[in-house]
Every structure is written in C-alpha cells, then in structure tokens.
Design a protein. Structure first.
Length: 203
C-alpha cells in the first residue's frame, strides 16, 4: 500500500498486482498464487476463484489498517496458510481497543469462510461502517483510528522475516553448489585414475 500525498485529500493506493488475473464470466479459474497472508481459503484449497477472493483480501487489508497487525500471519508460509484454513484469527484487545464494533462487523463479514456469505462489492459499499445510516454511526466511524505504533512494529517484523528468508535462500544455494562440486570431484578423480592405469598397461 502507498499513500498519495500530492492531492488535497491524501489517498491510499493498493499496489503489486503482478499476479492479478481477469475473471471471465462463465469460465472456471483455479490457481495458487498471491502473498500468503492475504489469500482466501478457496485459494489455499485450490477451489474455483471469483471476485469473492478479492473481498476476502479487502477484509485482511482493513484488519491491518485498523490494528497494525495481520490476522493470519504465522512464522512460516505453512503456518499462515494453516491459520487461514482454520479461520484462526481474533480481535485482540491490544490491537483493537480503539476499534468500533461496526468496523469489526465489516471485517467479520469479509473474512467469511463461505464465499457465498461474504460481502459483495455493493454490500461492502453499503455497510454502515462505510456508509453510515445516521449521525451516531458516522461519529463511531470517525472515532476509529489506525494504531500507528503497532503498524511500525508490524513493518519491522516483515523486514526481519524477509531478511531471514533471503539468508536462508543464500545458504540453500550455497549448499546446492557445494553438493554439485562434490559430485563432480569423484568423477574427475576416477577419470584421472583410469587414464593413468590405461597408460601404464600400454607401456
């Protein structure tokens, strides 16, 4: 996510759509892709995909924006996907002490395992937290604030995890290169030995 500050009213922009796929009407589409912590259960389970998967991701993004924490993020990719499959998330008081029930309701209806029960685009736009029905609901929405301190901690954690992954990948590549060199060396020794033995016999 990026913040566009070069306008009178700053806007948040969603980015990184490199793996986006256009859904064709009537065509079944399945795939396993996307940043693990944002993918819907149907992606994890390799089921047919639709716009419902995007609505799930909006629920995850809203959760992160309001709390600074990620609902399903685990220590590993496998942990994260397992949390999604098990619907293992909660509104921890540490992160959501300043979040209204209306906002939590919006998130819950997006993070619905059954995609047919998930909010549609129009449902989400008409939700009282997005489109207040009365002054009281409008006030509740204004009182919901982003927990910036938790946001900073989450960002630091992401950078740390990324650094660990890079180091692990480098170590893995180094081990593979060493194995390849070790496998080649016996062949070279045997070739040299055979050549020497043949040369001795001919003499």
């Amino acid at each position: 996510m990026l913040l566009d500050k070069n306008v009178p009213l700053p806007r948040i922009k969603l980015i990184d759509f490199g793996l986006a796929h256009k859904i064709e009407a009537g065509a079944e589409f399945k795939n396993i892709f996307g940043t693990p912590e944002f993918v819907a259960p149907e992606i994890v389970n390799y089921e047919p995909l639709g716009l419902e998967a995007d609505m799930w991701s909006i629920g995850v993004i809203t959760y992160i924006l309001l709390s600074g924490a990620s609902p399903f993020l685990g220590e590993t990719k496998q942990d994260t996907l397992a949390n999604i499959s098990a619907m293992n998330y909660e509104f921890d008081e540490e992160f959501f002490c300043r979040t209204s029930e209306l906002a939590k309701s919006f998130i819950r209806q997006l993070l619905e395992r059954d995609k047919m029960k998930r909010l549609t685009i129009q449902d989400a736009l008409n939700h009282p937290w997005i489109k207040p029905l009365n002054p009281c609901q409008a006030l509740v929405r204004r009182l919901s604030v982003i927990n910036l301190e938790n946001f900073r901690r989450q960002y630091a954690r992401r950078r740390w995890k990324m650094s660990i992954r890079i180091v692990s990948l480098c170590n893995h590549l180094t081990r593979m290169m060493r194995r390849g060199q070790e496998q080649q060396q016996p062949d070279q020794v045997m070739t040299t030995h055979t050549h020497t033995h043949t040369h001795s016999q001919s003499n």
